[in-house]
Design a protein around this ligand. Sequence first.
Ligand SMILES: Cc1cc2nc3c(=O)[nH]c(=O)nc-3n(C[C@H](O)[C@H](O)[C@H](O)COP(=O)(O)OP(=O)(O)OC[C@H]3O[C@@H](n4cnc5c(N)ncnc54)[C@H](O)[C@@H]3O)c2cc1C
Length: 414
Amino acid sequence: MQKQTLIVIGGGAAGFFCAINAAVGNPNLKVIIAEKTTKVLTKVLVSGGGRCNVTHACYSITDMVKKYPRGEQFLKKAFGSFFTTDTINWFKNYGVDLKTEEDGRMFPTTNTSSTIANCLLQQATNNNIEILYNADVIAIETTNNFLLKLKNGNTLTADFVCVAAGGYSKIAQFSYLQALGHTIVPPVPSLFTFNLPKHAIAQLMGVVITTATAKISGSKFVQTGPLLITHWGLSGPCILKLSAFAALELAAKNYSYTVQINWLPNFNENTLRSFLQQFRVSNATQKVRNRNPLGLPNRFWEFMLQQTEINPEIRWADLPAKNQNLLVKALCSYEVAVNGKTTFKEEFVTAGGITLTEVDAQTLESRIVPNLFFAGEVLNIDGVTGGFNFQSAWTTGYIAGTTILNKCIHEKVS
Ligand SMILES: Cc1cc2nc3c(=O)[nH]c(=O)nc-3n(C[C@H](O)[C@H](O)[C@H](O)COP(=O)(O)OP(=O)(O)OC[C@H]3O[C@@H](n4cnc5c(N)ncnc54)[C@H](O)[C@@H]3O)c2cc1C
């Protein structure tokens, strides 16, 4: 019997996962990865600061899907087939142990991303997967099977195609997929930090507020978590999560908006005012500079006193009510004008991509073109930082691959 052919477009995490899982124990399938550049697994290698944050130690699908600003419902179904434990076991089965860090992020025990890349490359070799470099797919034609046109003029034919081309930053780059009848949610960046040009707060660069709440003014977008002040503005998990969930809206505002920060999320203006009222009484003779009542970093406390025009040498008893009110407002509802964004060096992803209603979450097969599959960031799925983006790539790659494997077996039998 003649072998069938699967062409996977893109040699990234999702592409390799699809290719390997389609090829394992499947002598009826020839698998080719078409990669447009001269290298594969580039992002895997640079990911997680060179350590590859493979997944996140979250074992509840309900909790996990909340980490995806786009794709929540789709992944709820897909995770039912391949979830975190499956990723851990898959790598373990091929000799790679993962470890969990305090914040839940999982890395290879070797602490180097090359362990993951080498494992995937080894499995590709073991399963006779062919990798074509400089194979930039520019068009896919569907007749009896698929005809793929490459930029270098060559053509390839296939019975199955899986598009695992990653996130494109411009909608024009999706045109070869639109030509197949798929619609695209326009791409915008996700996971970025906020620029506060020339803002005085930049003098606090390096200061971390362990738990802060940041809200995009006039919107429903609000996130809580560690917040880092940088020399250009605001960063840290709280801001990155906010950038992800509000990615579309912030792009529409051209990255110019106001953020309201509560540096003490356990308080609101009323409760903080009451707290300070009592604190003043019991610390009446202490200088406000020396008696920082709220556990905030000292540099930050002094900055807040300066911002609210409070003389740091004043005693708590002598603090004018007007300044106390300003202090309460600055601590609970600090407003900053954001203008621009900066790419987060550790991890950035693209929101947008293939419209999810056009893809079956249980098989990753296109609902428009039979035997066409999608996996990874090319889909309109993206997660916050912490290993969630790779988990989505492993899950979608695995499901696409095993669906193709089963189709092959089924077609051979029938
Ligand atoms: C610096 C950085 C660090 C990151 N760190 C982490 C992390 O630690 N944990 C985590 O979960 N996520 C991380 N991410 C996000 C994660 O890397 C991506 O979500 C993930 O790599 C997506 O995998 P993919 O296979 O879908 O796409 P990609 O890895 O982008 O692979 C797509 C491949 O397709 C190729 N391609 C594109 N178009 C074509 C075409 N027409 N023909 C042929 N080939 C094509 C590309 O050249 C590329 O090699 C990080 C991202 C960045 C940028």
